[in-house]
Design a protein. Sequence first.
Length: 203
Amino acid sequence: MEYITAIVLFAISSSITPGPNNITVMASGANFGVRKSLPVFLGICVGFAIMLLLVGIGFGQIFETFPALHLLIKFFGTLYLLYLAFLIATATDISSSKTQVKPLTFINGALFQWLNGKAWVVATGAIAAFTTVGTDFYTQNLIIALTFLIVSFPCVGLWLFFGSTLKRMLKSKQHRRMFNYSMAGLLIMSVIPVIIEFGIQLT
């Protein structure tokens, strides 16, 4: 019971705190509402659980054997996060835009986990902290993934509903622009540690 409680507390603390996933979901909720943001919300929750399973199975060992591959994923992940920040910053007036801006999809949310620096830290940390080498390893890995899957729905969902609430408050184009600029700025700030680490690895 203590084992499950520890995983649940870790999952809550890492899922509800600010990060690329929650910032993206909140920005989507503010710009598109809850219904249109459900695909990316579900993609994030399910995608991270799958990522946990795969990291536990051995993806982490693959990246230890081929560090250049992990570095390459980090590089493209950083570029994607910066591009995502640009999309959020420029989504200032969806209703009157000549080119229709579409919300992110389930696949976008799921694949985004592999490019998300915080997701990697949480996944590897969870596997390292809550698994033991032996016959129970894969059972423990499955328990961790299922726990995060269940916990992430209410935790990430809070950010989605908060963003949707803001949508009703951000009536003017100027207010929405300021909100999107703020969200883009927070997303860029979340990438800065990854950029610093990337620079250190290259030197």
